[in-house]
Design a protein around this ligand. Structure first.
Ligand SMILES: [Zn+2]
Length: 149
């Protein structure tokens, strides 16, 4: 499995989706440690951290685009919103459980290697694995078994 082949057949294009939001701007800047991106609804600006890998940039622009689409939330709703966006973006960028399983088997269970193969970062893949539906978990467990528990 090679990322380019995977990308060619992938239904969601985060950068294309962001580009459709023509009244929003993208800037690059140093952000605090551990922060990969920010969305400011007031200035309609997404800021991505310098120094991200290609997969991190791809996952982060998808995440920030979800903030744009869903709109601002009250401070007390921030944590829940982040979790909801993480879940939905993980599903958006890794829609296929058979492909996820193929990548995990091919990578011998190594999360970062599987994430590379799926063209996402390891955080997004870990979210996708943690938030499999019961049906997806059943499908995946026949081949992954212990790696999922
Ligand atoms: Zn966020």
């Amino acid at each position: 499995m090679r990322p380019r082949e995977y990308a060619a057949s992938h239904p969601h294009h985060p950068w294309r989706r962001f580009a459709e939001l023509t009244d929003w701007s993208l800037v690059w800047a140093e952000l605090p440690e551990g922060v990969m991106g920010r969305t400011c609804h007031q200035t309609r600006t997404v800021t991505l951290a310098l120094g991200l890998s290609q997969a991190e940039r791809r996952c982060t622009i998808a995440h920030e685009t979800a903030h744009i689409v869903r709109g601002p939330v009250a401070p007390h709703q921030t944590l829940r919103e982040e979790l909801a966006i993480d879940r939905s973006v993980a599903r958006l960028l890794v829609p296929s459980v058979p492909r996820l399983v193929d990548a995990m088997v091919w990578a011998d269970g190594h999360l970062e290697t599987a994430a590379d193969a799926l063209w996402v970062d390891h955080y997004l893949l870990s979210v996708r694995l943690r938030t499999l539906t019961a049906a997806e978990r059943t499908l995946a467990s026949t081949r992954l078994g212990p790696a999922l528990s």
